[in-house]
Write a protein that binds this ligand. Structure first.
Ligand code: MLT
Length: 325
C-alpha cells in the first residue's frame, strides 16, 4: 500500500515536471552576466539573447551581477532554481580557470551546471592609450624588463580573461606588470582611454570601435594569424615576439544543474535557428569573431569542452604560476 502511494506520488511529480517543461517558456527568462554592462561578455550576451528571445517568444532579461572575476554571478546562477528561467553566461575565466585559481569556489563548472550552448570565440588584442609611450609590444616588454612591476595592466577582475591572458603574457615574456582589477572590461577600458592604466588585453571585437575611433591603439594580437580586415598592420604576439602564443576567449550559456533536458534542447534549437541568419554570422566574422562548426555549439560538445578546459587550465595555471593574490 505504502509502495503504491509512493509510486503515485512520484508519477504525479513527474507529470507536473513534464507539463511544466512542455508549457515553457511562460514568462521572462533571466541570463546572469557576471560583469559590468557595456563590456564584451555583456555585449555578446545581449546580441545573442535578443535573437534567441525572438525564437522562443519571450523576453530575456540580462542581469549584470559583477565582481570577483565573474565568480559572484556564477555562484548566484549555480544556486538558482533549475526551472528553465535562470541561466548563466559563462566564459573561459570563471568556468574554465576558476577551479584552479580559487581555493574555495562555491560551484563546480561541470557538476553544478548543464551546458546549454557555446557562443563563437573571440581573440584578444593588446591595447594602449592613443598617446601611449609604447609604439610596439617590444618596447613595452623592454620597459617591463628594465623596470619590473611598474607598468599598469587594467583587467576585468581577478580571474577574468583579460587578467589570465596578461598573466600568460607575463609568464611567456618573462616580465612582471602591475595588475589593476575592475568589475568588467568596460570600466577598465575607460581608465585605459583616460590614461590611468598603461595597457590592457581586451576582446578584439569590442576594442575595435575604440581603435578605429583613435581612442586606443592596438599593439599586438593573441590570434595566431593576423587580422588585416580589423587590425591592419598589427602583428600577432606569436609572430617574432612570443612564438606559439595563442589565446581566444570562449563563452557560452549554462543552466543550473537539474534544469530539464528538453528545456536545454529547446534553448539550443532556438540558438541554432538564430545562427542560421547569414547576415548576422557574416557581421560577427567581419568583427573578427571566430564562428565554430554546428556540432561545437551543441550542449554535449560544450559540456565536454568545459570539462576539458577545467583540466587544461589546471596545467596552465600551475605552469605559468598564475596566482590571484
Ligand atoms: C574578461 O576579460 O573576462 C571580459 O572581457 C570581461 C567583461 O566582459 O567585461
Amino acid at each position: 500500500m505504502k509502495l503504491v502511494k509512493t509510486l503515485s506520488a512520484i508519477g504525479l511529480a513527474l507529470s507536473a515536471h513534464l507539463a511544466h517543461a512542455q508549457a515553457w517558456p511562460e514568462r521572462n527568462l533571466i541570463w546572469i552576466v557576471p560583469f559590468a554592462a557595456g563590456g564584451p561578455t555583456d555585449g555578446m550576451a545581449r546580441d545573442i539573447a535578443d535573437r534567441v528571445a525572438k525564437q522562443i517568444g519571450q523576453t530575456i532579461i540580462i542581469e549584470n551581477a559583477a565582481g570577483a572575476g565573474g565568480t559572484i554571478g556564477a555562484t548566484k546562477a549555480s544556486k538558482a532554481n533549475p526551472d528553465g528561467y535562470t541561466f548563466l553566461v559563462g566564459h573561459m575565466g570563471y568556468m574554465g580557470a576558476g577551479p584552479s585559481l580559487y581555493k574555495k569556489l562555491a560551484y563546480d563548472p561541470v557538476k553544478n551546471f548543464e551546458a546549454v550552448f557555446r557562443f563563437p570565440d573571440t581573440p584578444l588584442v593588446l591595447l594602449v592609450g592613443a598617446n601611449s609611450r609604447f609604439k610596439s609590444v617590444a618596447e613595452l616588454i623592454a620597459e617591463a624588463k628594465a623596470k619590473p612591476d611598474t607598468i599598469n595592466f587594467g583587467n576585468a577582475g581577478v580571474g577574468s580573461t583579460s587578467h589570465l591572458i596578461a598573466a600568460l603574457f607575463e609568464a611567456k615574456a618573462g616580465i612582471n606588470v602591475q595588475p589593476v582589477s575592475y568589475k568588467g572590461a568596460a570600466p577598465a577600458m575607460n581608465d585605459l582611454i583616460g590614461g590611468q592604466v598603461d595597457a590592457m588585453f581586451d576582446q578584439s571585437n569590442t576594442a575595435l570601435p575604440q581603435v578605429q575611433g583613435g581612442r586606443l591603439r592596438a599593439i599586438a594580437l593573441t590570434s595566431l594569424t593576423p587580422m588585416p580586415q580589423q587590425y591592419p598592420g598589427v602583428a600577432p604576439l606569436a609572430d617574432k615576439v612570443l612564438p606559439g602564443f595563442e589565446a581566444a576567449t570562449w563563452y557560452g550559456l549554462y543552466a543550473p544543474a537539474g534544469t530539464p533536458k528538453d528545456i536545454v534542447q529547446k534553448m539550443h534549437q532556438a540558438y541554432m535557428k538564430a545562427l542560421s541568419d547569414k547576415a548576422w554570422t557574416a557581421k560577427m566574422s567581419s568583427m573578427g569573431i571566430h564562428l565554430l562548426s554546428d556540432a561545437q555549439y551543441g550542449p554535449d560538445a560544450f559540456a565536454k569542452h568545459t570539462a576539458s578546459e577545467v583540466e587544461k587550465w589546471r596545467k596552465v595555471v600551475a605552469d605559468a604560476k598564475i596566482s590571484i593574490d
